[in-house]
Design a protein around this ligand. Structure first.
Ligand SMILES: [Zn+2]
Length: 532
């Protein structure tokens, strides 16, 4: 465990150094906020902002449910409303808008104006002006550099770069059920799960309303929307708390402020677009019973009632056969019930329905691996990684590389996956250590010298790896005040096996000595092997 942590911290400090170098090279100094007009310190340049959004938009969408492709007219509609607001915002950015296939009510913006609204948020809105209030708010987060400011505060800089180097990891996955508990943990995912400050929320509400007015919308919708959010937050609905409200906490203060902004701007007379909105939502409304079944199936699966979940997922597929996530869920549930042969069929169907989503390639790649179809497994796992790099994909690709004798490739993949805190991350860390131990034995065994009751030195060793270690050789050395070795003792081959975390004490065979003398003795680990 400690070995793994040490490697991670080494990597992070490298990332931090890189981040600092980047910050230093692009020191912007003083700038003017494009929305508020106030001067502020700006260390993240506009080109870095745009690059961050550009690089993270696609993987973040993948990690948050993937694009909602079965109602393209709905996405076109949301894009149209977004474009109207973007055109009158205070900052020209390469704005983009997309609807994601997630039941979690949420909306987010990445730096550079890359915005997404989840399918699950839309049915809670009453009219187009409320949608405009959501999008105007997110546009302001991007335009007013709120994400960039978080990077400047240092909260995201390090994490963002570390992830950019190793590829997004995945948290809380399960050996047989990689897809069901997937949560993106990439730089983009961190950015959208970040909580903005109270001032930034109020700023986004205020300028969102300014843009609404410029685009001709009724500002009363910004008030009614916040009232809805306050009511929903009092209901303590888990999906809301984990979704929109995690990054945008509603409050009576925001309702009151929006009422004041409405009075100040005098904008209660614009367009609500209620009929237009209702017409555009008709398709989604018809699909809602199927999505409800799907959500219930997911809830049962999370309680490990896989049979119950399969029944509901099957019903959802019957109701809406062209929805690729439903078919994928059947595959994930077959995997959970250890039926990879059946799962492959479901995953293939899901890929046919939506070849642009990583989920069925990942689940299907693991299923093919379990069936022994390694070339097909590798092909699908690589496709899933290209869309969204995940720890399970890196772990299985590493295993395939290792079997092929591609040691360098396997090491790299296992190391990348070991950056994840998930079960796959732990498995990959173990594999990496198995390959690395003989070359770097000292990294995985901590040593110390103690005096026993008779004043004789005893050598202590602790296994800090996740794998059992044997074949250990140690060499005692005497160092001077500067840590230079001035004398070297005989190397001892130890006949012990240490389990992860286990400590052993080894008689040194040296004569009794003072504590000061003992302090100049150290133990070097010169060899070690993974225990079978
Ligand atoms: Zn916000």
């Amino acid at each position: 465990m400690l070995g793994g942590r040490k490697m991670r911290s080494l990597r992070s400090s490298g990332a931090l150094a890189a981040a600092l170098a980047l910050a230093a090279s692009s020191l912007g100094g003083c700038g003017v906020n494009p929305v508020t007009g106030k001067s502020e310190l700006q260390f993240v340049s506009e080109s870095s902002e745009l690059q961050m959004g550009e690089q993270q938009y696609a993987p973040t969408r993948q990690g948050e449910g993937g694009d909602f492709n079965i109602d393209p007219a709905l996405t076109e509609y949301v894009r149209g409303v977004g474009a109207k607001l973007a055109a009158v915002s205070d900052r020209k950015l390469p704005y983009e808008f997309v609807v994601l296939d997630s039941s979690v009510p949420n909306a987010w913006a990445l730096p550079g104006g890359k915005i997404a609204v989840n399918r699950g948020l839309l049915p809670e809105l009453k009219n187009e002006a409320e949608l405009a209030a959501v999008l105007g708010h997110e546009i302001t987060h991007a335009a007013a550099r709120h994400g960039a400011k978080a990077q400047e505060r240092g909260t995201l800089l390090q994490a963002g770069l570390a992830v950019a180097m190793i590829g997004a990891a995945v948290t809380d996955t399960n050996e047989t059920l990689a897809n069901l508990a997937l949560q993106g943990a990439g730089a983009g995912a961190q950015m959208i799960q970040m909580k903005y400050g109270r001032d930034q929320e109020l700023e986004a509400d205020h300028y969102g309303m300014v843009y609404m007015q410029r685009a001709g919308y009724d500002l009363g919708a910004a008030v009614s929307l916040q009232e809805t959010f306050v009511r929903l937050s009092q209901g303590k609905n888990q999906s809301w708390l984990e979704g929109l409200f995690a990054s945008h906490p509603p409050s009576q203060e925001r309702v009151t402020r929006n009422q004041a902004t409405l009075a100040q701007l005098g904008g209660g007379k614009g367009d609500l677009g209620a009929e237009r909105f209702t017409a555009k939502m008709a398709g989604l409304r018809r699909m809602k019973p199927a999505f409800d079944k799907y959500d219930q199936a997911l809830a049962l699966a999370s309680k490990k009632d896989f049979a119950g979940a399969r029944k509901l997922a099957g019903e959802a597929v019957q109701m809406l056969p062209r929805e690729p996530r439903f078919t994928q869920l059947l595959g994930d549930l077959a995997m959970a019930q250890k039926q990879p042969g059946e799962a492959v069929g479901h995953y293939q169907k899901a890929i046919d329905l939506d070849p642009g989503y990583f989920g069925p390639y990942l689940g299907g790649g693991i299923a093919q691996f379990k069936l022994g179809n390694k070339p097909r497994a590798e092909e699908w796992l690589k496709k899933s990684s290209a869309l969204l790099p995940t720890a399970p994909a890196a772990y299985y690709l590493g295993s395939i590389a290792k079997e092929r004798g591609d040691t360098a490739g396997a090491r790299q993949l296992f190391q990348a996956a070991s950056g994840s805190q998930s079960e796959y991350g732990q498995l990959a860390a173990g594999e990496f250590q198995r390959m690395d131990l003989a070359q770097n034995p000292a990294q995985y065994l901590a040593t110390a010298v103690r005096l026993d009751g008779a004043g004789q030195p005893v050598f202590l060793l602790q296994n800090r790896a996740q794998i059992p270690i044997t074949g250990i050789s140690i060499t005692p050395v005497v160092t001077d005040a500067y840590g230079n070795i001035v004398q070297q003792g005989a190397t001892q081959a130890l006949r012990i096996t240490l389990k992860p975390g286990e400590t052993a004490s080894v008689a040194s065979g040296l004569a009794p000595m003072s504590a000061a003398q003992a302090a100049s003795i150290a133990v070097r680990v010169t060899a070690a092997q993974p225990a079978p």
